[in-house]
Design a protein around this ligand. Structure first.
Ligand SMILES: *Cc1c(COP(=O)(O)O)cnc(C)c1O
Length: 369
């Protein structure tokens, strides 16, 4: 791709913030062991795949999808334990829902607040939508980042900035830790604005705010099925009171989730236990991988309640490139945020993928020492 030259119509007409933006970079992973994007490494059992294939074969793709996705919503309710009085709004992945929230709350001068380092789309979407953005750094006690919430700093920022919208990833990406529920509650209580808990990694975590929805009128919970094994389907949802969701529903493009993803996700959610079993396997393998990384002196690994691990090395770029040369693609976070200096993030894959990653890492570290 080439960028617009200074005098081209595109560069004259497109907003300055967009021209200055770097597109979300997706590296070429052909031929690699792909441990960079928190995907579920497992395929579905053959019977379930045939079942889905048969449903798709007879799908009415000549028709627009069910705009309310009612059948899908019922299945989501079934697997989420959503309180009866709460509603759902379906998105084409949760990225779309972040954008929809920013569009809805972006009154002139309104602020979107999040913590840093966290999911980069909060900041990017604030930029797309022209919303003011404030990022509050996570804790770095005496120079040692533990990535917990810096509650005094966040409460001060809430008071000072009066954010209309706060995003907290629970567990956080790219750090992997689950913030203290008590600190999150204090943030919700202190905020005049809407607080959205992004539970993209709920299947791998020990806690959720869905049971707290009724308690807080300024809370919504967002989830995606991407990390559970449906990244290709693009399906996320917001859960909360009708008061919020009826308004947000007006901004949802009428047919944002297609006939085929609705059908396939419906079939998958009818076999939710299959996906949860895969998630349990991933959680067990996370323990093994955490221990193995911890045994390497040149590696500092951080605790995780997600399907990935954050770790710090002496020279992240050298290690990243060494792994890539050995056919293993992970994520280099160095340069993304000062607290992520020399940090790398690896998705927990299937056991044989994790073993190949560990072997390649040991080799790379030995060679670069
Ligand atoms: C992956 C991720 C998302 C995006 O999920 P999609 O549904 O695939 O758009 C949202 N939030 C966090 C924290 C994530 O890590």
């Amino acid at each position: 791709m080439h960028s617009a030259s200074a005098s081209s119509p595109a560069s004259r007409l497109i907003r300055r913030e967009i021209l200055d933006l770097h597109a979300y970079h997706v590296p070429d992973s052909a031929g690699c062991i792909k441990l960079d994007a928190m995907e579920n490494p497992y395929l579905l059992p053959p019977e379930l795949r045939s079942d889905i294939a048969a449903a798709l074969a007879s799908a009415a793709i000549n028709r627009y999808p069910d705009p309310c996705a009612s059948s899908l919503k019922e299945k989501i309710r079934g697997v989420t334990g959503l309180p009866q009085e709460m509603e759902l709004l379906i998105g084409n992945g949760s990225d779309e829902l972040i954008q929809l929230l920013a569009l809805a709350l972006n009154k002139p001068g309104a602020t979107l607040l999040s913590v840093e380092p966290s999911f980069v789309m909060y900041r990017m979407i604030a930029t797309f939508t022209g919303m003011r953005y404030v990022g509050v750094p996570l804790s770095a006690n005496s120079g040692k980042a533990d990535f917990s919430l810096d509650l005094p700093a966040i409460l001060a920022a809430i008071k000072r900035e009066q954010p209309a919208l706060i995003f907290l990833a629970y567990p956080n990406n790219p750090t992997g830790n689950l913030f203290k529920a008590d600190a999150v509650k204090q943030i919700i209580e202190a905020s005049q604005g809407l607080v959205v808990l992004d539970e993209a990694y709920y299947a791998f975590a020990s806690d959720s705010f869905i049971p707290c929805l009724a308690q807080y009128p300024n809370l919504l919970v967002m989830r995606t099925f991407s990390k559970l094994g449906m990244a290709g389907l693009r399906l996320g949802f917001l859960a909360g009171s009708a008061e919020w969701l009826e308004q947000l529903e007006k901004l949802r493009l009428p047919y944002n989730v297609g006939v085929l993803p609705q059908l396939a996700a419906g079939k998958l959610l009818a076999h939710h236990e299959v996906l949860l079993q895969q998630a349990e396997q991933i959680k067990r393998d996370r323990v093994t991988l955490y221990r193995q990384l911890g045994e390497i002196a040149a590696v500092k690994v951080y605790p995780s309640e997600a399907n990935f691990l954050l770790f710090r090395v002496a020279n992240a770029s050298a290690i990243f490139n060494g792994l890539k040369q050995r056919g293993v693609l992970i994520k280099n976070l160095d340069g993304g945020h000062p607290m992520l200096k020399d940090c790398l993030r690896v998705t927990v894959g299937a056991p044989e993928e994790n073993e190949k990653f560990m072997a390649a890492l040991r080799e790379t570290i030995t060679q670069s020492a």
